[in-house]
Design a protein around this ligand. Structure first.
Ligand SMILES: NC(=O)c1ccc[n+]([C@@H]2O[C@H](COP(=O)([O-])OP(=O)(O)OC[C@H]3O[C@@H](n4cnc5c(N)ncnc54)[C@H](OP(=O)(O)O)[C@@H]3O)[C@@H](O)[C@H]2O)c1
Length: 312
């Protein structure tokens, strides 16, 4: 599997990552359990995926504990662990406390990438406080790289201004064939600055795997709240799915792999599909081998441009 360097940080990750929000618990469905999530990580590592994404807020730390179990199983050197400090933990003492909690739950001495989960609009803590605290942890070697998530261009610039010795290593944002808003500003800016994008919900929470339709929707609490799963939006998604199915069939691949392959065509973009079990992790890792042709990309692009989602 190809590898990507996270900015100037020196941290290198697999071309395709693995999201572990799912390991937070049953709010992702009654079929989620710790054993399968650990097995998914192990299978991913066997297939060359070492970037594993989690967060202190996923299942109130439970996802980090599950990732910690997998790290014990595969060995620390075989996983690049990326976690997130919640946007409401950006006061100096909270940043330190949050990272200590993550280290303990993950069972590691160093975290490869700590991302600020979102720029918090409520407490109005100046970025300076949180990012300087993160940089101190970086100087001590507790964290190897500082990333952000859901940051707009203005936030990225502000955050970078408060780091003096290191740079923002990555920006994790929602990006998939149905939800391409980041292409307007964030992606061009990150390209200019050499900041890799970790693409969350790269399968549109399963819609782009072709699993769901108006009469067949996920029942878990997370996706019940997601407008993507409205009847109308699922019908719109069919416009892209039809093309993905055709390409998948002609290549002997799956729809999910083609959807991920479309994202990974951009050297700056690292999809981090969530998986609940080993078979999904294995399938998603296989997307790294797909090289879509110009004609296939043109067909996918044309279909994607015709999608009109209701955003409410
Ligand atoms: N930074 C942020 O604010 C943020 C927000 C969201 C997510 N994330 C991160 O990004 C990761 C991925 O995003 P996501 O979980 O929202 O969405 P996603 O990766 O687009 O979708 C994951 C879901 O798709 C289904 N799936 C996965 N692989 C599949 C396959 N090969 N075939 C069929 N179905 C498959 C599974 O659900 P079913 O099998 O039940 O259909 C899985 O739970 C998360 O785990 C998390 O680490 C970050």
């Amino acid at each position: 599997m190809d590898r990507v360097r996270l900015g100037t940080s020196g941290v290198e990750v697999s071309r395709i990552g693995l999201g572990m929000w799912q390991a937070g618990g049953k709010n992702w469905g009654t079929d989620v359990n710790d054993r399968d999530c650990v097995a998914a990580i192990v299978r991913g590592v066997e297939r060359g995926v070492d970037l594993v994404d989690t967060a202190e807020v996923y299942g109130d730390g439970h996802s980090e504990e599950v990732v910690g179990k997998a790290i014990k199983e595969v060995g620390r050197d075989n996983i690049v662990v990326a976690t997130k400090v919640a946007g409401y933990h950006m006061r100096e003492r909270d940043v330190e406390r949050a990272c200590r909690g993550s280290l303990r739950r993950l069972g590691v001495r160093t975290i490869d990438l700590v991302q600020v989960h979102w720029p918090d609009p409520w407490d109005q803590v100046p970025f300076q406080e949180g990012f300087r605290a993160l940089e101190r942890l970086w100087k001590r070697g507790t964290i190897r790289a500082i990333g952000v998530s859901n940051f707009a261009v203005r936030d990225l610039k502000d955050a970078q201004a408060h780091l003096s010795r290191t740079e923002i290593a990555s920006n994790q944002v929602r990006y998939n064939l149905l939800q391409r808003e980041v292409e307007a500003e964030v992606l061009p800016y990150c390209r200019r600055e050499g900041i890799p994008i970790l693409a969350w919900s790269p399968l549109a929470q399963g819609v782009l795997a072709g699993t769901y339709r108006p009469g067949k929707k996920p029942k878990d609490s997370i996706r019940k709240q997601n407008d993507l799963f409205s009847d109308r939006n699922l019908r719109e998604a069919e416009k892209v799915l039809r093309v993905l199915r055709g390409i998948a069939k002609s290549r002997g691949r799956t729809v999910a792999q083609v959807a991920l392959g479309w994202l990974a065509k951009d050297p700056l973009v690292i999809p981090i599909p969530g998986a609940k079990r080993p078979a999904q992790a294995e399938e998603n890792a296989g997307a790294a081998e797909i090289r879509l042709t110009r004609e296939e990309l043109r067909r996918i692009e044309a279909a994607s441009r015709r999608v009109r989602l209701d955003t409410f």
